[in-house]
Design a protein around this ligand. Structure first.
Ligand code: SPV
Ligand code: MN
Length: 623
């Protein structure tokens, strides 16, 4: 440990934990940083991270107080570090263990050998920060502690906005190794601002056996921030062995008008499918926008906590009309990191911000001017479609007061969404808990800009969590099944789809219509509305939606809109079930309840087809 000076060593030793000392020793000797700095929970240490991120150019100060800009690496529109890298994110699987075809895996020994070689000396001439966080509220049985080693001040700074500090909590561990740890390095950096030079060495390797993730040669938060999706993957493994849930869920407090109650719901939507926008619906409160841990609670409900305290949100289309609360928060003074947007006169601009786009400025590609092309001849937009903002939830006017409640909040509903242009109606309620697991497991979604690769391809997206599921899918579904079956009051599950299109390819719903689906779902968890039973689940009645549209959006919701949106598209659904069958037959241990539901719904749809002799059955025809 010759690279660490005495005051920093003392900070480590004060934790009385030999596991931490060993991890630091092993990875410092591998990564070879020039300097090691231990960051405690003190304001002084945290301030050091914030200022240094600016000093070394990983972030730059903007006009509005507290605002900074960070860029991730960019070469071309198809070769960049501006999104999650699924290809190079792998689960290390020990020899002889089952490798699920749904999961990107690599033999553990081979993977470790490869990444250790890449990480050898990767922090040369740089400073290694050691940070401690608490995933979940302090003093809570839900929470897991996390140790981060990184040579990126941006990573350490954004983790400070997104997570609760945990140095003092680590002292309570009393020497145990019950924590996750994350080693990250941006690798060799080049340019101004300094970005990862060689993306071919980008690796994100998840070692379930050691509860750790090694990530290198990247800066994008989804690949570099240990605590975000990297920790989610470790938590999914842990929760599946311990009978709780770690999910890609927001937590929303729903406040129906005139009812004097608050109802909590969770929801998972693939990246870029309206998840944060749902968590931020006007008139409601937000407890979390991305990741939740759920446990069975003594009151018979599932309780959920947000393991984060901030939002790393997609900024595209955030404007005063679509997302007034976020727009207000990110255009006024407070600590905020913008990433991969256009800067002109020290102000950030992004796609769909509702303002006039400047003709030139600086963006993720360097100096930018309208019409600029990459070396492949592809036009570079002024801001990246996956550009983001990072803020603390507590700063928002609609922050839920239970954010830090150590027992979380009781969950009445779970929403699963996808980007589906032609099959599922805007909202469908499950028939029971197991059917709810089925609804979540059969979400399909067309790809977006939030992961690398082609956009617009329809994929299975079980629980909108596919990128993070690290256990065989069958085990994961069984864990869900058991979780709800053990509860006196399991949540009702709703499949949501905000992206249904007309035959001439136009979206059928306005951006705020989702508020009506959410309020309807909330009412259903309290028995407020009747519903129509269809082969795929319950759907709303026209009169209830008409009233909700009037009451919440002051909009006339016409009966023909309802019919077009809520018709049961038999042929499309049968095709979907065919795809699902083909997909899930690839996995060895999908539980029998899943196949039973699939078979039953399939035959009910065929019966429907015979009964109505028409392909799209209007909800008004169903009694
Ligand atoms: C998401 O895209 O779902 C995110 C951001 O929450 S990240 O997973 O970090 O890419
Ligand atoms: Mn997410």
């Amino acid at each position: 440990m010759e690279r660490i000076d005495l005051p920093n060593l003392e900070k480590l030793k004060a934790l009385n934990n030999n596991h931490i000392l060993k991890i630091v020793k092993d990875f410092v000797s591998l990564c070879k940083p020039a300097k090691i700095t231990v960051i405690t929970d003190s304001e002084e240490d945290i301030e050091y991270v914030r200022l240094k991120a600016i000093e070394i150019g990983e972030e730059a100060i903007l006009e509005i107080e507290g605002h900074t800009i960070h860029y991730d690496g960019f070469f071309t529109m198809s070769n960049h570090d501006q999104a999650r890298d699924k290809k190079n994110t792998r689960i290390l699987i020990p020899k002889g263990e089952y490798a699920s075809p749904w999961i990107n895996t690599i033999d553990r020994e081979k993977g470790l050998e490869e990444i250790m070689e890449i990480m050898d000396g990767c922090m040369k001439n740089r400073e290694c920060l050691i940070r401690f966080f608490c995933l979940g509220p302090k003093n809570s049985v839900f929470s897991i502690l996390a140790l981060q080693l990184t040579d990126s001040f941006y990573v350490a700074h954004s983790e400070d906005l997104l997570y609760r500090s945990g140095y003092e909590e680590f002292k309570n561990l009393k020497g145990s190794n019950e924590f996750f740890y994350f080693i990250h390095s941006g690798g060799k950096l080049a340019g101004i601002p300094p970005v990862t030079e060689d993306l071919t060495k980008r690796r994100i390797y998840i070692d379930l056996q050691e509860n750790r993730v090694l990530s290198c040669f990247n800066q994008y938060a989804g690949n570099s921030l240990g605590l975000k999706k990297l920790a989610l993957r470790l938590a999914i493994n842990k929760s599946n062995n311990e009978d709780w849930l770690a999910e890609h869920y927001f937590i929303l407090g729903i406040h129906p008008k005139g009812k004097n109650r608050i109802t909590y719901a969770c929801g998972a939507y693939p990246s870029g499918c309206g998840k944060t926008a749902t968590a931020m619906l006007p008139g409601q409160t937000i407890l979390g926008d991305d990741i939740a841990y759920l446990r069975k609670w003594e009151d018979g409900y599932a309780h959920a906590v947000n393991i984060e305290r901030g939002i790393f949100g997609i900024i595209k289309d955030v404007n005063s009309h679509n997302d007034p609360v976020i727009f207000e928060a990110i255009t006024t003074p407070r600590e905020t990191i913008f990433s991969n947007v256009l800067i002109k006169d020290k102000l950030p601009y992004w796609i769909g911000d509702g303002r006039i786009i400047p003709e030139e400025g600086v963006n993720f590609s360097g100096k930018w001017r309208k019409g600029k092309k990459d070396t492949d001849g592809i036009e570079i937009p002024h801001a990246h479609p996956n550009a983001r903002y990072t803020i603390r939830i507590e700063e928002l006017a609609n922050a839920d007061p239970n954010l830090h409640n150590p027992i979380g909040v009781p969950i009445n509903g779970i929403f699963y969404g996808g980007r589906d242009s032609d099959t599922m109606p805007p909202v469908v309620e499950s028939l029971n808990w197991e059917h709810g697991v089925f609804l979540g497991a059969t979400i399909e979604s067309e790809t977006t800009a939030q992961t690398l690769g082609t956009e617009g391809i329809r994929n299975a997206q079980p629980m909108a969590n596919l990128d993070f599921i690290v256990v065989p899918l069958g085990n994961y579904f069984k864990n869900h099944q058991k979780f709800g079956n053990d509860l006196a009051y399991p949540p009702k599950v709703f499949a949501m789809n905000y992206f249904l299109k007309s035959k001439d390819n136009k979206y059928l719903n306005g951006i705020l219509d989702k508020l009506c689906w959410v309020i309807w779902a909330e009412g259903r968890t309290h028995g407020d509305y009747d519903a129509i039973k269809t082969p795929i689940g319950y759907i709303p009645k026209y009169k209830d939606l008409r009233n909700l549209f009037k009451q919440y959006l002051n909009k006339v919701y016409k009966e023909n809109e309802y019919i077009e949106q809520f018709s049961i598209r038999i042929e499309k659904l049968l095709q979907k079930f065919k795809r699902i069958r083909a997909n899930y037959e690839k996995e060895i241990n999908i539980p029998s309840f899943f196949w039973d539901i699939l078979n039953q719904q399939n035959s009910e749809l065929i019966e429907f087809q015979h009964k109505f002799e028409i392909d799209e059955v209007s909800p008004l025809e169903i009694v």
